[in-house]
Design a protein around this ligand. Structure first.
Ligand code: ATP
Length: 212
């Protein structure tokens, strides 16, 4: 959420995605305005609460007119970060890393791999999927310059923890770990482990032992 929205009470903030989804549908069907009564019926929130919620973000409905759908949509998009792209870095441009760099994440959600890192001389200085590959020595500097928030780790297992120890000292908030290494991070960093070999093995096990 943007700074602007931090003043909104949490209960109101929780209802925003609900309003947003409904307004998007309204907009798609060509509707330009909506009353609090209509909104109330659709999202099952009483209209007094809706009026109070909307007043926090400066949307004051007019009597007999209702709310302007476009204005509300614009506000929700900003508040819910739908306009903001999360910047990602990838470390380890091997087979898996290369596949990720060639995959256009922006197509499906608001993330973009801005920069990649490796130590191999044959890779550093090249571009893969239009993403520049830089030397790991420049990790801290470039994470800072690109405002990277999330890191994807596709290095060999033995390299994962030492690199993680460097990442956690930056302002990175999350790590997507594709190495089999179980990584230790401080509590303010969110880490998701995805071990493709284990996932595949587990699927095969379930197919064998729990056939449908
Ligand atoms: P390939 O062997 O074809 O590169 P791979 O995915 O099997 O594919 P890995 O040995 O897993 O290769 O290494 C993945 C990538 O991570 C390689 O490009 C390698 O150069 C890079 N790498 C290895 N050690 C480090 C490190 N300490 N920091 C950053 N990148 C590293």
């Amino acid at each position: 959420m943007s700074n602007e929205s931090t003043k909104i009470p949490q209960a109101t903030a929780k209802r925003l995605p609900l309003y947003y989804r409904f307004l998007k549908n309204l907009h798609a069907s060509g509707k330009q305005r909506v009353s609090s009564a209509e909104l109330s019926e659709a999202v099952k929130v009483d209209s007094a609460t809706i009026r109070r919620d909307f007043s926090y973000f400066g949307a004051l409905g007019k009597k007999g007119y209702g709310y302007n759908v476009n204005y509300l949509l614009g506000f929700f998009r900003k508040t819910l970060d739908q306009d903001e792209v999360t910047k990602v870095a990838l470390i380890g441009v091997g087979n898996l890393g290369t596949a990720f760099l060639n995959y256009n994440f922006l197509k499906n959600n608001n993330t973009k791999i801005e920069v990649a890192f490796d130590v191999s001389e044959s890779r550093v200085g090249t571009s893969v999927g239009e993403v520049p590959v830089r030397h790991l020595d420049d990790l801290e500097k470039l994470i800072d310059e690109h405002h990277i928030q999330v890191v994807i780790l596709t290095v060999p297992s033995h390299a994962a923890q030492p690199i993680t120890d460097r990442i956690v000292k930056s302002h990175v908030k999350g790590i997507l770990n594709f190495t089999p290494a179980r990584l230790t991070v401080p509590s303010h960093i969110r880490i998701h482990h995805i071990d493709l070999a284990v996932e595949l093995q587990s699927l095969v096990y379930f197919l064998k032992h729990y056939p449908s």
